[in-house]
Design a protein around this ligand. Sequence first.
Ligand code: G3P
Ligand code: CA
Length: 269
Amino acid sequence: VFAASNQPAPDQKIINVAHRGASGHAPEHTLLAYELGLEMKADYIEIDLQMTKDGVLIAMHDTTVNRTTNGTGSVSNMTLAEIKQLDAGSWFNTRNPEKAKDEFIGLEVPTLEEVFEKFGRSTNYYIETKSPNLYPGMETELLRLMDEYNLTGVNARSSKVIIQSFFTDSLILIHEMNPNVPLVQLLSRPTLGEGAAAELAFIKEYAIGVGPSFARINEEYVQQVRAEGLQIHPYTVNTEENMRRALEWGVNGVFTDYPDVFREVIKEF
Ligand code: G3P
Ligand code: CA
């Protein structure tokens, strides 16, 4: 079942992941934010997944629509038709008056299928299974859509998608269903120091890398991950200073709300 260690890395270059799209500039998880990320030459658009009451995967970070739309309620209690009526852009203008734009007003919550329809194989996707315990079948539906849109490669390197999760069970389930999909274990509290090796050895059984909180790692940890043969993509790195630090430590890429800034910093290395 476990064969991740035999998989080549999906990409050897340093990757620029547009976190929730170019979410420092536009409302997160809207098609416009993803488009902007690609205009800024991000290598991957990052998508958090939730699932509607009628079983449709949508791009949204939270389990409720409260923060990023003009509605209220849990995604799991709402149909897609209900969610499609919401305005997923105006909150950004209220929260960030200096970045507000009329074009953000009335933006829809996209389904994962709409994202695949729009961008196809023109980009790469870094997709997170959020709260998989709330949404049985989420992984099956994700792999089905990846196949339908021809985004699943014959090995990790040729896949257009990396799947990430904080939930190990979700990743192992995906690995069992399709061992060719590259997986990244997110770590909000990575084990540093002597304990790192055991944690990383376990992760290497099913994943090609780790996505730790940047605030909780150091250079030694990055070296330990690389020595284990795993990739490391910390989240969320938004200042030039932290981007330079991450690159000096030897990361393989970062999640950032500002792919335009990271693109410029990468050039220094
Ligand atoms: O997926 C990497 C990073 O996005 C994890 O944190 O809360 O932004 O999904 P969060
Ligand atoms: Ca995420």
